[in-house]
Design a protein around this ligand. Structure first.
Ligand SMILES: COc1nc(N)nc2c1ncn2[C@H]1C[C@H](O)[C@@H](COP(=O)(O)OP(=O)(O)OP(=O)(O)O)O1
Length: 173
């Protein structure tokens, strides 16, 4: 996408996002505050200084849902890149899935968790981009997606690629 040309003059902020699976479906959280308030999404947040992407993903899941996933049960499936025409920031969101977890599910001050059957995922109450790539992830495929956004709602461009397990994208490569 042409927006990639701006990469060198934009700051990059890295996030994680995990979709936990079980016999009940997929676990989503209703964002109670901050960025994305009022929307359903997976669990995640900014990667903090000094931690790896994996550590960040595990920490955010624990903080937001109380669930624990061991590092060996974390499955990295790719990333989504968000550029905004009206912002000097590009967000990179690393996507994980997991189907083995421990500890009891708890609501946090940031997220109210709920299991959804795959056929009942509330895409219209999620970020508008999710419907383009989350179904691919839930089919256990890898993902590379990039979106050029204008403001919070308007999608100017999109590029969504399903990837095989031997071609999972790694940011920066
Ligand atoms: C349109 O953009 C986005 N779409 C989707 N589907 N998900 C997004 C988008 N932008 C960000 N996300 C994900 C990435 C993170 O998992 C969360 C946002 O994390 P948050 O801003 O809450 O990060 P924290 O570190 O938890 O924030 P605090 O500083 O408030 O704790 O959404």
């Amino acid at each position: 996408m042409p927006s990639s040309d701006n990469n060198n003059i934009k700051s990059i902020v890295e996030f994680t996002l995990i979709f936990v699976r079980s016999d009940e479906g997929v676990l989503l959280g209703f964002k109670k505050r901050g960025f994305g308030v009022g929307k359903w999404n997976g669990f995640g947040g900014k990667i903090e200084k000094g931690e790896t992407i994996l550590q960040g993903a595990m920490r955010e899941l624990k903080e937001e849902s109380n669930l624990t996933v061991s590092s060996s049960n974390m499955i990295y499936v790719g990333y989504v890149r968000y550029d905004r025409v009206d912002s000097p920031q590009v967000d990179i969101v690393y996507i994980f899935t997991a189907s083995e977890f421990s500890d009891s599910l708890e609501e946090s001050e940031e997220m109210a968790p709920k299991w959804f059957k795959i056929s009942e995922i509330p895409y219209e109450e999620m970020w508008g981009d999710s419907k383009y790539w989350l179904p691919i992830v839930l089919r256990k495929k890898g993902i590379f997606a990039e979106f050029l956004l204008s403001g919070e709602r308007n999608m100017v461009k999109k590029n969504v690629e399903e990837r095989d397990e031997n071609n999972i994208p790694v940011y920066g490569e």
